[in-house]
Write a protein that binds this ligand. Sequence first.
Ligand code: FAD
Ligand code: NAP
Length: 316
Amino acid sequence: MTETRHTKVLIIGSGPAGYTAGVYAARAMLNPILVQGLQPGGQLTITTEVENWPGDTHVQGPDLMVRMEEHARAMGTEIVTDYITSLDLSVRPFVAMADSGTMFTADAVILATGAQAKWLGLPSEEQFKGFGVSACATCDGFFYRGKEVVVIGGGNTAVEEALFLTNFATKVTLIHRRDTLRAEKILQDRLFNHPKVALEWHQTVEEVLGSTPAGVTGVRLRDVRDGTEKVIPCDGFFVAIGHSPASELVKDQLELHSDGYVKVEAGSTRTSIPGVFAAGDLTDHIYRQAITSAGMGCMAALDAERWLAGIEEAFQ
Ligand code: FAD
Ligand code: NAP
């Protein structure tokens, strides 16, 4: 039988944005319910060292997220292990259906569903996913002890993944389509000075080579300047080309930017539907950091509190 739960504030997502919204909404006595989704703790749970969370010169991503969860819970947020499969923002209260069958109704919703890894979209990439193709070095790096791997991408994620893989692999080749990385300079320095790292500039991956079930044996590259091709032998191929916003639940209901990020009013977390707020990587195509996501989670809870107070006043 379907269980129905009502809450003043439903928080969807358990990354830095969701947990911070939980801390603030709970302290505002709104008794929030937070639904964690398939990745409790969000993206930071698939990384190792985080060096830019204020107050911690070094902290492991998964540990930081456990602490945030404990903090949100201690303040009074009810944390539910479930996944929202559909959300109806056309009715009041809003209705969210969860994978378990529970129906949540909510006066206000804070969307904090973050972002998910992008893939190249090659048929051969799809063919070898789980057989040598991965988007998570922290999860799969261990399998490449004593082997050679290739990473594609030029941002912080690609450089961090490449550096992490040097703990296992004998050689790590980073492939980038330009000759300048987006990654922070401190990470670039570590990469350029690492003896196990090789760089391939101006290259894209045309095909992942291998056989089933043996797995990946190499990647075929194309030089974007003159179209020449070459093969780099490797046992593992890591895709680290960025993330797309997880806006599937609301894509036909809220105003989005052309690249799928949820639009919010400047300087706030208010979306195009009153009572629905968005925070973190779901709405941010510029900064996309743990600290900015947490900051927006705080803003969303404060925006929700003020909006709910306004509604209550209108009915008094
Ligand atoms: P996310 O962390 O993406 O969390 C989204 C949450 O939404 C997840 O809990 C997921 O389960 C949930 N969710 C999604 N859909 C649903 C649904 N339908 N129902 C319920 N829940 C749902 N930033 C830094 O500042 N420093 C770093 O060192 C750093 N390292 C990184 C390393 C890697 C490998 C990656 C990928 C990112 C890194 N980042 C780092 C970026 C940082 O992780 C993100 O900016 C931040 O996690 C975004 O937080 P968020 O709360 O918006 O969303
Ligand atoms: P990103 O900054 O968007 O970088 C994606 C990289 O992949 C870019 O270099 C891009 O190339 C390349 N790329 C994109 N599509 C491609 C394609 N189809 N083929 C080949 N290359 C492609 O993504 P990210 O590195 O995942 O970082 C996301 C956010 O998380 C950023 O804000 C980042 O700062 C944050 N983050 C922070 C840390 C940290 O603070 N230590 C760690 C990880 C992530 P171009 O450069 O040519 O566009």
